[in-house]
Write a protein that binds this ligand. Structure first.
Ligand SMILES: [Zn+2]
Length: 250
């Protein structure tokens, strides 16, 4: 539970953020906004990331995938949405208590991060800076109460950001996470496509996939790709295990 003082501090931070960024005009909308981390600096490892989106149709658990990662010591980062967390408290605990996994913030209402209501894939984005702040902070506060340390990374629903929303995220002390390899096409790819996509990854890549669609091809594709990548001498890391790649946009 938040104390009254913490609530007041959060409201003050929200007001300050709205004041600072409320009149800024975004210039970019998409998956690779300036300041979004797309790759890591790891020289021999890949960062697998799995979103758990929540909401209607998105609140399930791919147990087959989790069992595989645990059994084969495959480190990964899980981006957990507030709605998914509430629907899956026991699985959330399983992920949180396993040091193999890093927990990151996948938003409160699972909205694309826009300061002016732009949408992505038919999902309405946050309507203004205050809504951006809430999209990060509600889930961040909740996760901070569950974890020994608050999450370091935020990836919004759909992974879409505008450049001002990235600044808002960073001003809140979080790193904006993107990806360089689309592993499961929003949990729509069949297993052979997932296997082919993920097997193409090279050192430093951040792979995005999902852990909330047990009927998708994700688990079987990952099971095929992991040994392929290991045979190429690549390991698996959590996002915090490596510095961000030094891309032109950071
Ligand atoms: Zn999502």
């Amino acid at each position: 539970m938040q104390t009254r003082t913490a609530k007041v501090a959060l409201l003050a931070e929200r007001a300050q953020t709205v004041k600072k960024y409320g009149t800024a005009t975004p210039r970019y909308w998409g998956l690779e906004a300036p300041g979004v981390q797309l790759r890591t600096a790891a020289r021999n490892a890949i960062a697998l990331t799995f979103d758990c989106c929540g909401g209607p149709g998105g609140s399930r658990v791919d147990r087959d995938l989790l069992d595989f990662l645990e059994r084969h010591d495959v480190a990964a980062t899980f981006f957990l949405n507030y709605r998914w967390l509430h629907a899956n408290k026991r699985t959330a605990r399983r992920l949180i208590t396993n040091p193999l996994f890093e927990i990151a913030n996948h938003g409160s209402a699972h909205r694309p991060m826009s300061v002016n209501g732009k949408s992505a894939y038919g999902i309405a984005g946050t309507r203004d800076v205050g809504a951006c702040f809430d999209e990060v902070s509600i889930n961040q506060e909740y996760l901070a109460g569950l974890l020994p340390k608050p999450p370091r990374y935020f990836r919004p629903g759909t992974a879409f950001f505008d450049d001002v929303a990235v600044e808002v995220t960073r001003s809140m002390g979080l790193l904006a996470a993107g990806f360089s390899v689309n592993g499961d096409g929003g949990a729509t790819f069949p297993a052979p496509t997932v296997a082919a996509q993920v097997s193409k990854a090279v050192a430093g890549d951040i792979v995005i996939a999902h852990a909330n669609h047990p009927s998708a091809g994700t688990a079987d594709g990952i099971k095929t790709a992991v040994p392929v990548l290991r045979r190429r001498g690549l390991g698996f890391i959590r996002l915090s295990d490596a510095a961000p790649a030094p891309p032109s946009n950071l």
